[in-house]
Design a protein around this ligand. Structure first.
Ligand code: PNW
Length: 491
């Protein structure tokens, strides 16, 4: 058996996001976000669910931080709700001191428990005020200035204690789900029958540039004014699956897999990690629908050098080339995505949600590819799954989450093996600390290590919550562990 070890001082913990857990949407001066509007205007788009109460974390955060201690976490990743800090969102709009106070208390409570805060500035909840005022992310020039000011307020008010910043969570999902297929707020799309506005051929690419430049402004500002005195780290969290060719004998499917990853990750990683233009295959397919970077944009990107690549990883897929020309609404790089290959082999074991199959062997490939391509230290900022049929289980059934335990074990081993490949991987956050609002899937899909009873709001640790600590300890102390994927990967 091959020992799988993680670097000493490896940081680990759990992740959440504001709208998914906080609730208290009308309290203490919080302004509305596009997710409040999205959930309430057309409830069928989120299975009737909304974040009005969610896990009521806003009132129960002390109890949730106690769980982190019980589970043995060294770090906690959460997001700040922009519209709690600046209710109307804009750079000339007032700061809400009650919103500041909530996160002050949260941060202080973490530190008093010896847990390191990791703060995401933007996890999808754009203030409705700036969406209404000028189109939000559709307005590249305005939105980056407002985001920069919001980031500045956060650094000024929390940066004495917060030393780990993530600017934006999953810009790909923000652009494509928000403005391409319309599955997420603000629900714009020209291909989704539920949407009444939007232009899928152009809007995702515009929004992508707004997010890249917003990240760049916030990071350049940190580097110029805050890094010296505050001595923290800053990065971005990108999602993106690994793709294998559907037909391993067909060169065109190999190219399709690579192209698919460029459309997913290179779109953002080229500018933010390398200060380079978008991947060539994107320009070739999208032409002038893909915005250009000016010289001053590149100058700003160069000033936005960051400390780490935050990786959100859940699953992988097969990529198959298409024989036809892509429509203007294609955002996948003219690639079909499949979970079975030409021989009918599944990419991995099914989970409790259709888009996710467990693919730890490809996690290793993904980590190694990203490290070699972009050269930044990696923190895995999200990884997790719902167990098969967990949506239909009682609490008593759901707490025995053996599928999740195995998923974590296999994915931790993949991290260890990628480290042996030479990758610099420094931390890991399990998604999520507790079952919460899974966006358009509502409350049915449970990603938590803690069971949330949505009637009583009572929390119950699942087996995985209690086991992760020893799983990390075992790997960090160099003890050989014989999980099946280890042997497979080391052949
Ligand atoms: C992430 N997909 O989103 C988000 O950062 C979390 O807020 C979310 O709860 C978590 O993953 C679980 O879904 C994703 O369809 C949503 O490939 C969907 C996909 C990927 C990531």
């Amino acid at each position: 058996m091959v020992p799988v070890t993680l670097p000493t001082n490896f940081e680990w913990g759990f992740a959440t996001a504001a709208y998914q857990i906080e609730g208290a949407v009308d309290e203490d001066g919080r302004g509305k976000s596009i997710w409040d509007t999205f959930c309430h205007l057309q409830p069928t788009r989120t299975k009737g669910a909304n974040g009005d109460i969610a896990c009521d974390h806003y009132h129960r955060y002390e109890e949730d931080l106690d769980s982190l201690v019980q589970y043995g976490a060294s770090a906690y990743r959460f997001s700040i709700s922009w519209s709690r800090i600046i209710p109307m969102g804009g750079r000339d709009d007032p700061v809400n001191e009650s919103g500041i106070a909530f996160y002050d208390n949260l941060i202080n409570s973490l530190l008093s428990r010896g847990i390191t805060p990791w703060v995401t500035l933007y996890h999808w909840d754009l203030p409705q005020g700036i969406h209404d005022r000028y189109g939000g992310w559709l307005n590249v020039e305005e939105s980056q200035l407002d985001f920069e000011r919001y980031a500045k307020v956060c650094y000024e008010r929390f940066g004495d204690r917060v030393k780990n910043w993530i600017t934006i969570n999953e810009p790909w999902i923000v652009s494509i789900f928000g403005y391409g297929n319309g599955w997420n707020a603000p629900g714009r799309s020209s291909t989704n029958p539920m949407s009444t506005n939007g232009d899928t051929s152009t809007e995702p690419w515009t929004v992508g540039k707004a997010l890249i430049m917003s990240h760049a402004r916030a990071t350049a500002l940190y580097n110029r004014d805050f890094r010296g005195p505050q001595k923290g780290k800053i990065g971005i969290s990108l999602n993106g699956d690994y793709y294998e060719p559907w037909d391993s004998q067909d060169q065109r499917d190999h190219e399709a897999a690579e192209r698919r990853m460029e459309f997913h990750i290179g779109w953002f990683a080229n500018p933010v990690c390398l200060a380079q233009d978008y991947p060539e295959c994107m320009r070739a397919q999208l032409g002038n629908r893909l915005p250009r970077f000016t010289e001053s944009d590149f100058a700003l990107l160069r000033k936005a050098d960051m400390d780490f690549y935050g990786m959100n990883y859940y699953t992988s897929q097969y990529a198959r080339h298409r024989g036809t020309n892509p429509p203007d609404t294609d955002f996948l790089g003219n690639v079909d995505e499949l979970q079975e290959n030409k021989e009918g082999m599944s990419i991995g074991e099914k989970s409790g949600v259709s888009w996710l199959r467990s693919t730890p062997h490809l996690f290793r490939k993904h980590l190694t590819r990203i490290y070699q391509k972009y050269g930044k230290p990696i923190y895995v900022t999200e990884n997790g799954c719902p167990c098969p049929n967990e949506d239909k289980m009682t609490r008593e059934e759901a707490v025995n989450d053996d599928y999740r335990v195995q998923y974590f074990a296999d994915h931790l081993d993949a991290v260890g093996i990628s480290c042996k490949d030479g990758s610099d991987i420094r931390g890991y956050f399990a998604w999520s600390l507790m079952d919460n609002l899974e966006w358009s899937d509502g409350y049915g899909v449970r990603f938590g290590v803690t069971f949330t009873d949505y009637d009583t709001l009572e929390r119950t640790p699942k087996r995985s919550a209690l086991l992760l600590k020893s799983m990390f300890n075992a790997r960090m102390s160099n003890i050989p562990i014989g999980h099946p994927c280890v042997a497979e990967l080391d052949e």
